[in-house]
Design a binder for this molecule. Structure first.
Ligand code: SF4
Length: 359
C-alpha cells in the first residue's frame, strides 16, 4: 500500500485501489528523463551546468543540457512538505530523496521551486502536463505551502521544459479555492482508507489505468486478459463483438493492449531477476540484443562507396546492408563505419522464450 502523495492524488481520486493494491514501479524513458531533468535543474544553479550534467546519467546529458540554467527561476529547490489533514496545518521538512516520515493523517509532497517572497510554487514538467489551473498536484502543493507559510493565496505553476527555455503556465489560488482543495484531498484520503479496509478493493478502470503502478495486480487487468483470451478462442466471437458494439470493441482493444503491455512488463521485470521456467523445457529469459545505428552524416561517404543507389534509401541499417551486400561484405562495411565513428551501439533487453539451461 502506498498512501497518495501530492503527485498521485489525481489517480487516487479516480481509483483508490491504485494505492491499495501492490504497486510495481518501472522507469520508462520519459520518467528517466523527468528524474534527470529535475536533478539537473536542482543542481545547475548551485554548482554550474557542467558539474550538474556530470551528476546525471550520461544518456540524458545532451537533452538536459539544452536547458539554459540561466532560465531557471531563483528560489528554494526540492522542498519536501508535510500536510496534516486533520488540523489543516503544514510544515517544511528536512528530508532528502522523498524519505517522508509517513505520519498518520498526513499527506506529503515535494515542491520543485518554492519562492517565498513571491508566494509561488513551481513544478517542472516535461511534455504537456495539462493546464496549471486543472492540476490537482499543483493545487495540493499550493495548499501545503500556503498553510506552512501562512499565505492567504498562492500562485502555482508549471515550468514546462521545452528546449532551451522554460514555458510558464500559472494560476492564482484564492483562499476559497484553497479550502476546496483541502476538502477534495480529505475525501480522496477517506476513500483510500475505505479501500484499504476492503478485502478486494473496488476498482474503477479507465484511461488512467495506463498510468497506474498497480495495474499488474489489478483484478480489472486480470479480467481483461481473460476476456481477450476467451474472445480470441473463436473467430466468430470476435466478429460478433465488433458487429454488436464497434465503439466498445475499440475501447476494449485499447484497454486490452495496455493490460497486455503491463503483463509483458511484469514478466520482463520478473525474468530480469531470475529466468521463468515454462515447464516444457523452455524458459523466459532476458536477452541483451545489440542494436547498431548508422550515423547518416558520417557514414554516407563510406556507404556511397559500396552501395551505388544508397541516396535513394530512407534509412540504412545493418540488416539492409546484409541484404544489399551479403553478410560477409556487410560486416566489412560495418567495420569501416565503426572505425569512422559512424555507428552508435545500444543494448536492448528483450524478453525471449529460450531452451532451459542446465542448472
Ligand atoms: S489498473 Fe485501473 S482499475 Fe486497476 S487499480 Fe489501477 S487505476 Fe484502478
Amino acid at each position: 500500500m502506498a498512501r497518495p502523495t501530492a503527485s498521485s492524488l489525481w489517480l487516487g481520486e479516480l481509483c483508490p485501489a491504485s494505492h491499495v493494491l501492490p504497486q510495481v514501479r518501472e522507469t520508462n524513458e520519459g520518467q528517466a528523463f523527468g528524474t534527470a531533468i529535475h536533478k539537473y535543474a536542482e543542481l545547475a544553479p548551485q554548482i554550474g551546468k557542467e558539474r550538474a550534467l556530470a551528476a546525471i546519467p550520461e544518456e540524458m546529458r545532451e537533452r538536459c543540457g539544452e536547458l539554459d540554467p540561466t532560465s531557471l527561476p531563483a528560489g528554494n529547490r526540492e522542498v519536501p512538505i508535510e500536510y496534516d489533514l486533520e488540523h489543516g496545518e503544514a510544515r517544511l521538512l528536512d528530508v532528502t530523496d522523498r524519505a517522508y516520515p509517513k505520519r498518520e493523517g498526513c499527506v506529503y509532497g515535494t515542491i520543485d521551486v518554492l519562492q517565498i517572497q513571491r508566494q509561488s510554487v513551481w513544478d517542472y514538467k516535461s511534455g504537456w502536463p495539462g493546464s496549471a489551473n486543472e492540476s490537482l498536484q499543483l493545487a495540493a502543493l499550493g495548499l501545503f505551502a500556503a498553510r506552512a507559510l501562512r499565505w492567504d493565496e498562492v500562485t502555482v505553476g508549471h515550468l514546462r521544459i521545452d528546449g532551451e527555455r522554460l514555458r510558464l503556465d500559472f494560476h492564482l489560488l484564492s483562499g476559497i479555492e484553497l479550502a476546496a482543495v483541502h476538502a477534495r484531498i480529505k475525501s480522496i484520503l477517506a476513500r483510500y482508507e475505505g479501500a484499504k479496509s476492503q478485502e478486494i478493493p473496488d476498482v474503477y478502470p479507465g484511461d488512467h489505468c495506463t498510468m497506474c503502478p498497480a495495474m499488474p495486480a489489478c483484478p480489472a487487468t486480470t479480467a481483461m486478459i481473460r476476456q481477450v483470451s476467451e474472445a480470441m478462442a473463436e473467430e466468430s466471437r470476435v466478429a460478433a463483438m465488433v458487429e454488436a458494439d464497434p465503439v466498445g470493441a475499440w475501447t476494449f482493444l485499447e484497454r486490452a493492449g495496455d493490460a497486455l503491455d503491463r503483463l509483458r512488463a511484469e514478466l520482463k521485470r520478473r525474468a530480469s531477476m531470475a529466468p521463468i521456467d515454462l515447464g516444457n523445457g523452455k524458459q523466459l529469459r532476458i536477452l541483451d540484443v545489440e542494436k547498431k545505428t548508422i550515423d547518416g552524416k558520417r557514414g554516407l561517404p563510406i556507404l556511397r562507396d559500396t552501395i551505388p543507389d544508397v541516396d535513394a534509401l530512407c534509412s540504412v541499417s545493418k540488416t539492409r546492408l546484409e541484404k544489399a551486400l551479403g553478410k560477409r561484405n556487410a560486416n566489412v562495411v560495418m567495420q569501416r563505419l565503426e572505425a569512422a565513428g559512424a555507428v552508435e551501439t545500444n543494448t536492448e533487453h528483450h524478453l525471449r522464450k529460450v531452451a532451459a539451461k542446465e542448472p
